[in-house]
Every structure is written in structure tokens, then in C-alpha cells.
Design a protein around this ligand. Sequence first.
Ligand SMILES: NC(=O)c1ccc[n+]([C@@H]2O[C@H](COP(=O)([O-])OP(=O)(O)OC[C@H]3O[C@@H](n4cnc5c(N)ncnc54)[C@H](O)[C@@H]3O)[C@@H](O)[C@H]2O)c1
Length: 322
Amino acid sequence: MGQRHAEVYSKHPRVTISGFFDIQNLLARKLASKYGTITYNEFTDIMEDSSIDAVSICTPNALHFDMLKFAIESEKNILVEKPIVTTSEHCNSLLKMMEKSTSKIMVGQTHRFYPCNIALKSLLDSNKVGIPKIVNTFDYIPGRNPGQIMPKWIKQDKISGGGVLMTDFIHTVDKIPWLMNSPIRKVHAHLISNFISKSNVEDAIVTSMELTNGVVATCVHGCPSPGAFDMSIKIIGTNGEINMRFADELEIIKRERTSIDYPHRGNPKEHTDNAFFSEINEFINSIIEKRKPKVTHFDGILAVQIILAIYRSFKEKRTITI
Ligand SMILES: NC(=O)c1ccc[n+]([C@@H]2O[C@H](COP(=O)([O-])OP(=O)(O)OC[C@H]3O[C@@H](n4cnc5c(N)ncnc54)[C@H](O)[C@@H]3O)[C@@H](O)[C@H]2O)c1
């Protein structure tokens, strides 16, 4: 992910890349040479450089907290990858740290920036299917996308903070409240382990969620799909239905079907590139314009708290109210 952030920053007219730090120095050196800049020996060296306005944290999940702490203490603006942190204790500490901080944090909840999701939200916000009542999502197995290589730490819960829930379903628990303009209130979940691969973390989830506005969501995530890569959502409202497949079909169904066009439809690579550019552009603009970014640390923390509630629901075999 660090490479992807670097590529976007390198093309952005308002950004100069100051340098890179990676525990594997060779990787940092490769990026520094590609973008004509330097490497840092320690993360703290970046913090001590007062010419740096902002940092991107793209390390494995459980390492985010310590890096955030340093960056907040040094009053840097921060784009941190999802999940912002992985434990309830770290959610609470981060909220406390941010109370007194001048740092701005944006969280890489990239799904809010996919053109297909932006088009879907616009249909919902303009009341095209009336009041939404039911949401149904189905998502692919991360790692089965052709060409995608998943890092090994993703199956080590001490580093990843969990399985497919923490690393991927966190996008869905951020996306649904954003689409529905309402927070998640209750969760009830079944997790499935050792279904796709042998590991000590879950690799699939079936869950139902209730939102404060009464919308009910059912989600199947991480299951094998014949097409390998599949991400789809169906929304049923009081005046029709919307179906969407990632970077592909978007249709409104009433008496008849109406297909909706949107930028980069039919081209998943262009779609993804565009989402990362929009996300990082939003981070930079929020700094320049001295305003809150579209995905704040509160949003990031809420998403983690929902994921932790889902783990509890499975463990305690009951519905959890957030
Ligand atoms: N927004 C998205 O759609 C999206 C997609 C994939 C990954 N991510 C997130 O991005 C983050 C990184 O994931 P990835 O797939 O790039 O992982 P990765 O393993 O490919 O890259 C992580 C990098 O961090 C480095 N690193 C490890 N420990 C370090 C330390 N202590 N100090 C400095 N560097 C260290 C590693 O050497 C490696 O180069 C994760 O939080 C992941 O959840 C987000």
C-alpha cells in the first residue's frame, strides 16, 4: 500500500515527497530512488523533521497505534490505512490523544472513494428508490483477485488484529452507515474459520446488522465465488431496488430496469486507481483548506468498534448493541 500512496503523491501537484521509512530498508531505498528522495533510518527521524506536514502510515495493522502516537505528538497530519487501530484500548487512547491534538487524521477507508459507490450514494441521497429498508452485500475472498498477493501477516492475528473481518469487512461496516446516513446499532454474526485456508483467524463471515434508522443489513463476506472477484450490493427501498456490482452494473429496478452509467464503469483497474487518487487528494485538500477530511479518526474508530462488537457477538452467541 505504501507504493500506491507514493505513486499518487508523486503525481499530485501540491505534494513534494520528503522521504520513506520501512523496516526493510531496501524497500524504502527502492522507493527513494524511484521518486528521487531520501530514506529515514527511524520513524522518529521523520517526526523530528519540522519541514514535513504530513505522513502516510501503511504498515501492518497492529503497528498503526504506536506510529500514530508519535505522529500525533509531533503534530503531523496523518493518512493512516484501515483499520486505524485494532483494539478497544487503542481506540480509547487514540480518542483521548486526539482531544488535545492539532493533528488531522484521515483513515484509508477507500471504498467511499470508488466511483461506483459514489454513484450509488448519489442515487440513494436523491431518493431514487424511496426510503432504504434492506441492504444485502456479498463480497469476494481477499487474495483471490487475479494478480493480488496478500502479505503473510494478514493471517497472524497479533499483527492483523483478526481475520477477514478486521482486514476487509471493515470497509463494509464503514460503507453501509455512510451510504445509509445512519450508524450501526446492533450486530449479530457467524464467523467461519479454516474454510478457505488453515489459519488461526476467521476467513468468512455471515452477519446481520441493524442501523439506528431501522435499516437492516445482511452481509456475506469472504466466501468463495465462482468469479473469484465479486463485490455486490443490493438495496431495497420503499419505492424500488438498486443493484450494484463493483465497477460494473448499477441498476435501478422498479417496474422496469434502468441502467446507470458512471465514470470508469467496466474498468476495475481504472476504478481502483481513481479511488486512491480521490482519497489522497481529499487528504491533501483537507490540510490545505484547514477542514475535516471526509473520513475522520472518529469514523475509523467507529468501524473498529463495530468489528470488535461482531467478534463479541460470535463469541457470546448473542446480538450486541453498540
Ligand atoms: N485501503 C485499502 O483498500 C487497503 C488495501 C490493502 C491494504 N491496506 C492496509 O494497508 C496496510 C499495509 O498493508 P500492505 O498490504 O501494504 O502490507 P505489506 O506487508 O505489503 O506492507 C507493509 C510494509 O510495512 C513494512 N513494515 C513492517 N513493520 C514495520 C515497522 N515496524 N516499521 C516500518 N515499516 C514496517 C513492511 O516491511 C512492508 O514493506 C494495512 O493496514 C492494510 O490493512 C489497505
